[in-house]
Design a protein. Structure first.
Length: 149
C-alpha cells in the first residue's frame, strides 16, 4: 500500500530512470531476428523484430545472449553457425554445428560470449552460415548488455 502523496510507477515517465541514476548497471535487452530468407553460406545481418536495421550501441558490454530457433535449423550437409558483430563474426559464438544443443530451441539457454564482449562502436549483429547451406531455419536472438557510463 502506497502512502498518500507517494510516487507510483504510473507517475514515472517512460525512460525516466536513466543509466547515471542507477549507477550504469541497468541491463538492456535487444531482440534481433534471422528470418531465414537467405539460407546460403555467408554472413547475414540480423534486424529488429519489425525488420528494420538495428545495432548494438557503442560502449555496450554484452553480458549474455540466447539463440531461440523459432524454425529449427536444418542442412543437407554439415552447416555451421556463428554469431558475432561487424568485424568479428564469431564474437559471441564460434562456428557451431547447426544441430548442436546451443542452437536447438528445447535446449538453448543464455550463455556468455565466447570472445568479444565490449562493443567499441555501434555494430550490426551477424549470423554466419559456413561449410554448407541451411535448408531451413529462423531464429530470434536475444542479447543482454549494460552500457558504459
Amino acid at each position: 500500500m502506497l502512502k498518500t502523496g507517494a510516487v507510483s510507477t504510473a507517475k514515472i515517465a517512460d525512460n525516466a530512470v536513466t543509466e547515471p541514476k542507477v549507477g550504469g548497471q541497468q541491463i538492456h535487452t535487444l531482440k534481433f531476428v534471422y528470418d531465414g530468407t537467405s539460407l546460403t553460406t555467408g554472413a547475414k545481418t540480423l534486424t529488429s523484430a519489425t525488420g528494420t536495421a538495428q545495432t548494438l550501441p557503442a560502449g555496450a558490454i554484452v553480458v549474455d545472449f540466447m539463440i531461440d530457433a523459432d524454425v529449427p535449423f536444418a542442412s543437407g550437409g554439415s552447416a555451421t553457425i556463428a554469431l558475432g558483430i561487424t568485424g568479428t563474426a564469431d564474437a559471441f559464438l564460434g562456428a557451431t554445428a547447426f544441430d548442436n544443443a546451443a542452437l536447438v530451441r528445447a535446449t538453448s539457454h543464455f550463455k556468455r560470449p565466447s570472445g568479444t564482449s565490449v562493443i567499441t562502436g555501434a555494430s550490426s549483429v551477424l549470423l554466419t552460415i559456413a561449410t554448407a547451406a541451411l535448408t531451413a531455419g529462423g531464429a530470434s536472438v536475444y542479447i543482454n548488455y549494460i552500457e558504459t557510463v
